[in-house]
Design a protein around this ligand. Structure first.
Ligand code: ZN
Length: 69
């Protein structure tokens, strides 16, 4: 087993996650008026609370596995 190689892979995973996090903190897309998944309108309050939001609460909950209580 090559531990150096494994450490390299772990580092790359960390970097990818850090980049993904930075992208989420700075959304480039405007909030969607309707859910990308089911087409339900996304409430204005939710769009203001989550800039760049693309999913309604139900679909977001499904995609994140219970992030929202
Ligand atoms: Zn939806």
């Amino acid at each position: 087993m090559d531990f150096g190689d494994q450490a390299q892979k772990i580092n790359e995973a960390h970097l990818a996650r850090a980049i993904a996090g930075a992208r989420m903190a700075e959304p480039s897309a405007p909030s969607a008026a309707e859910c990308r998944e089911c087409g339900e309108p996304i409430p204005q309050r939710r769009r203001e609370a989550m800039p760049g939001v693309q999913l309604c609460l139900d679909c977001q909950r499904e995609s994140e596995g219970g992030f929202w209580p």
